[in-house]
Ligand binder design. Structure first.
Ligand SMILES: Nc1nc2c(ncn2[C@@H]2O[C@H](COP(=O)(O)OP(=O)(O)OP(=O)(O)O)[C@@H](O)[C@H]2O)c(=O)[nH]1
Ligand SMILES: Nc1nc2c(ncn2[C@@H]2O[C@H](COP(=O)(O)OP(=O)(O)OP(=O)(O)O)[C@@H](O)[C@H]2O)c(=O)[nH]1
Ligand SMILES: [Mg+2]
Ligand SMILES: [Mg+2]
Lengths: 291, 277
């Protein structure tokens, strides 16, 4: 079931018996369009189309398919290969205090992802604790407490204190009470906001996380890589959670973040409810990107 | 972009790249450069500096829509705020409420996001900050019934303005889009002139998906204006140009921060300047 864009790619090869320099540049242009429409970073698109073009010209078309179909298969496989290195299963030992730090831009889905991760790991046998370190957004602590209450997962919070102090106290509390997984929810912030990035660095130093998840909205456009790069530079992001993938945004941001920064995709958010968290499947994602 | 040089193919290519990087979208970027080439040829422009100014003017022109809101709004003037999840609807309402309050209007906020954890509390805080009246219900209540309560309270207490906060909803979720339709019907039943303004809030960092969002929401309710938020970040919000051109709907305001005063009136020339500043 191909999109009109992909159909037009195949049409570039109509009546041709093989892939040549002439018919491929037209097709490549359509693929470039499809990837840009999917919000893949345009530098990544340039590199990708170049390597696909080289590969397609270097291969012999299988006799069972048309050059157009063969070409699409190469593009798809190259995307899967590109994303294949991107997935990463994250597991934690039960008998230690594991720490996850959440980070990302405003509204990307961090607080929701915090509750999803807590539920996900509780199902795997962990005793999770969520810590409310967003002291900026109105009712942020209420939001996490409400989520914790409906899941029966405890939330550590201290109104009136700063983010770093809450983080420190939360970690002490977690260790004392024997929680095996502590997830620190933080305020959304701009990567160019020096004060807020300093706060994030301070929270990071205070809790010494095993994982730092950068939560990215699936509908993010071309800036995704620059934002992720700055966050990674300041607090070493170890994984990406791509949220709102239940929408129809193609989610090219994740491909770009992984290709440029090497940060793997750990989970995808596919809904607002706490159980709407899935592992990342490169093959499905490649099909989605191509539309 | 080197301004003192003469126009070259490299110049046009780097301009097109800049537009794509600003999320203007591949098709509109190509169209804009094509239009620029034509105008450059017709007017005999030779320097990059002049061509650059031409391009900014083309973009600003795409963003220019002149539309006047009603001159005699019935009370309460009702603003409905909609959009996908996390774009900044609730925060924008807080900022807009402040603007109306500074003009001396009495405002009531209706917390019709009855789904998300902490949504009513979040709006209540903005209501307290701005001295608004407030109406809300418990989590899980019917959103349309909050709208109904809001209307009753607004009429009963003689408020000038009512602003309705709705839950974030992805536009491809049919049942959530139908809920919006229900909200509008409840409004119209109470006052056929409402909603007076329907603002679709868009996140400035959003890429090409903004177009699908605008299409889907506009199919359900007639959108009267866009708000583009988070432009204090590094995203250029170029997709707004595509939207204005495509739908003929103006950008009303832009969000430039999380504070109560971080809302600006939309100015096409300034918007384009900021994109390439
Ligand atoms: N449909 C859908 N909605 C989501 C998903 N993840 C989060 N949301 C919604 O997106 C909105 C923002 O989520 P939050 O968890 O508040 O985002 P945040 O990053 O914590 O926001 P800030 O703390 O303000 O930076 C809420 O309406 C969530 O319900 C998802 O995977 N799918
Ligand atoms: N930097 C910046 N942040 C903003 C702006 N507008 C909103 N935000 C932040 O974005 C996040 C989400 O804002 P909300 O107002 O909760 O968004 P929403 O659309 O109501 O979210 P849902 O109701 O969950 O769909 C919050 O952290 C806000 O402070 C803006 O113009 N600039
Ligand atoms: Mg949050
Ligand atoms: Mg809201």
């Amino acid at each position: 079931e191909l999109s009109t864009r992909l159909e037009s790619v195949i049409n570039k090869f109509r009546g041709q018996s093989k892939i040549t320099e002439e018919n491929i540049s037209e097709a490549m242009r359509e693929v470039k369009r499809a990837l840009l429409e999917a919000d893949v970073n345009f530098k990544v698109v340039k590199e990708f189309t170049k390597s696909v073009q080289e590969k397609a010209l270097g291969e012999d078309v299988l006799s069972s398919v048309t050059p157009g179909q063969f070409f699409i298969k190469i593009v798809h496989d190259e995307l899967v290969k590109l994303m294949g290195g991107a997935q990463r299963k994250v597991e934690f030992e039960i008998n230690r205090t594991n720490v996850i730090l959440m980070a990302g831009l405003q509204g990307s889905g961090k607080t929701t992802a915090t509750s999803k991760l807590a539920l996900h790991y509780r199902k795997k046998g962990h005793r999770p604790l969520m810590v409310a370190c967003d002291v900026h957004r109105p009712a942020a602590i209420d939001q996490l407490e409400s989520l914790g209450k409906s899941l029966d997962i405890p939330v550590f919070s201290e109104r009136g204190k700063g983010a770093v102090e809450i983080a420190k106290n939360g970690l002490v509390y977690a260790k004392r009470e024997g929680y095996s997984l502590v997830i620190f929810d933080t305020a959304g912030r701009l990567h160019i906001d020096e004060e807020m990035m300093a706060e994030l660095r301070d929270v990071y130093s205070a809790v010494n996380p095993d994982e730092v998840f950068f939560v990215a909205d699936a509908m993010t456009g071309q800036e995704a890589v620059n934002v992720a790069a700055e966050f990674t530079k300041q607090v070493n992001c170890t994984g990406v959670i791509l949220s709102k993938l239940d929408g129809d945004a193609r989610g090219g941001a994740a491909l770009s973040i992984n290709k440029v920064l090497g940060v793997p995709l750990c989970f995808v958010g596919v809904g607002e409810k706490p159980d709407a968290l899935e592992p990342f499947y490169p093959d499905r994602y490649a099909s989605r990107i191509l539309g | 972009v080197e301004h003192d040089k003469l126009i070259s193919e490299e110049f046009y290519e780097s301009l097109e790249d800049a537009l794509i990087t600003a999320d203007v979208g591949a098709d509109l970027s190509e169209e804009t450069i094509a239009q620029l080439r034509r105008e450059v040829e017709i007017d005999g422009i030779t320097t990059c500096k002049e061509a650059y100014a031409y391009m900014k003017r083309i973009l600003a022109h795409h963003l220019l829509i002149v539309s006047d809101p009603d001159d005699f709004p019935p009370k309460p003037w009702t603003l409905l705020v909609i959009g996908v999840n996390g774009v900044g609807k609730t925060t924008t309402i807080g900022k807009v409420a402040k603007e109306y309050r500074d003009l001396g209007r009495s405002v009531i906020l209706a917390a019709a996001d009855t789904f998300r954890a902490g949504a009513t509390e979040q709006l209540r805080i903005w209501s307290d900050r701005t001295g608004c009246d407030f109406v809300g219900q418990h989590e899980g209540a019917d959103a349309a019934s909050v709208v109904f309560d809001g209307m009753e309270a607004a009429k009963g207490r003689g408020h000038d303005v009512m602003i309705i906060d709705t839950a974030g909803r992805l536009h491809n979720k049919k049942n959530l889009m139908t809920e919006l339709d229900k909200i509008v019907r409840v409004l119209k039943k109470a006052n056929p002139w409402t909603p007076n303004e329907v603002l679709l809030v868009l996140d400035g960092t959003t890429g090409q998906n903004a177009i699908a969002q605008a299409e889907a929401f506009n199919d359900i309710i007639k959108i009267t204006g866009f708000v583009v938020t988070k432009l204090d970040g590094t995203a250029k919000g170029g997709v707004a140009i595509n939207l204005t051109k495509r739908f003929g709907i103006p950008v009303r305001k832009i969000g430039v921060g999380e504070g109560i005063d971080d809302l600006q009136d939309f100015d096409p020339v300034q918007y384009v300047e900021a994109m390439f500043g």
